[in-house]
Design a protein around this ligand. Structure first.
Ligand code: APR
Length: 229
């Protein structure tokens, strides 16, 4: 097996203390996603959206990668085949664990972009509606996050990798949001083996050839150790 594609979701960061979205007490039980995670919400009240992401940026800054992030960084270092790590997460815990090539299909909390000239840059800890774009100095700036209704990033690269994969592994995601929730079917149709590592069966569990339930900090290091032999 020399081509692995991994998809991670909020469950991989849960044991670092970052809330998931749809579990009890999750982010979408506390906020209305229409107000804080859609282009329409940003147009209507950009200050509210900045407040939401400023709070998440502050919260993320105080968290540390966990054993699952560390295990995936070890896999990236030691695996001799092709590895693509795609994450739906916007936190930077994979990078802080040492991962060098993380494909952030939903964007990054620590990055910002100009809504006018598309200039991308490292987000300040606190963003506000009055922050001008550092490049064009005119555009309104926004978190470099993919909102509901927007096209995720790097989809062509992801589809190419899924179509060539020997193994697709989904870690810590509920399988609620497309296109990520459909990756397993693409990989399976291309002949890849498929494995779900999750605390509980996801919505897409029936599409996986194999599945293991448990906390990511336990089952991800175990799986990585098996792969590296
Ligand atoms: N270990 C492993 N899995 C866990 C753990 C844990 N410690 N804790 C929770 N999980 C699992 C849950 O069982 C659930 O299946 O993580 C999953 C989290 O699901 P969601 O909260 O729906 O998060 P996610 O799947 O990443 O959401 C996808 O939806 O809101 C959008 O853009 C947002 O990227 C996000 C996307």
């Amino acid at each position: 097996m020399d081509k692995i594609v991994i998809l991670t979701g909020a469950g991989v960061s849960a044991e670092s203390g970052l809330g998931t979205f749809r579990d009890a007490g999750g982010v979408w039980t506390q906020y209305d996603l229409e107000e804080v995670a859609t282009p329409e919400g940003f147009a209507k009240n950009p200050g509210l959206v900045h407040d939401f992401y400023n709070a998440r940026r502050e919260n993320c800054k105080n968290k540390a990668p966990n054993a699952a992030h560390d295990a995936l960084a070890r896999l990236e270092r030691e695996f001799t085949g092709d590895l693509m790590l795609v994450t739906q997460n916007v936190d930077d815990l994979h990078e802080r664990a040492g991962c060098q090539n993380v494909v952030h299909m939903h964007g990054e909390l620590m990055r910002a972009r100009c809504a006018l000239c598309d200039h991308r840059y490292d987000a300040p800890l606190v963003m506000g509606v009055a922050d001008p774009c550092p490049a064009c100095e005119r555009g309104p700036t926004r978190p470099d996050i993919v909102w509901f209704g927007e096209m995720p990033f790097f989809m062509d690269d992801i589809y190419v990798a899924l179509s060539a994969a020997d193994l697709f592994v989904s870690i810590g995601t509920s399988g609620s949001v497309y296109p990520a929730a459909g990756f397993v079917q693409i990989a399976d149709a291309a002949g890849a083996d498929t494995l779900e590592l999750n605390l509980e069966p996801s919505l897409g569990i029936s599409d996986f050839a194999q599945a293991r339930q448990g906390p990511a900090t336990q089952i991800v290091p175990e799986w990585v150790a098996e792969i590296l032999g």
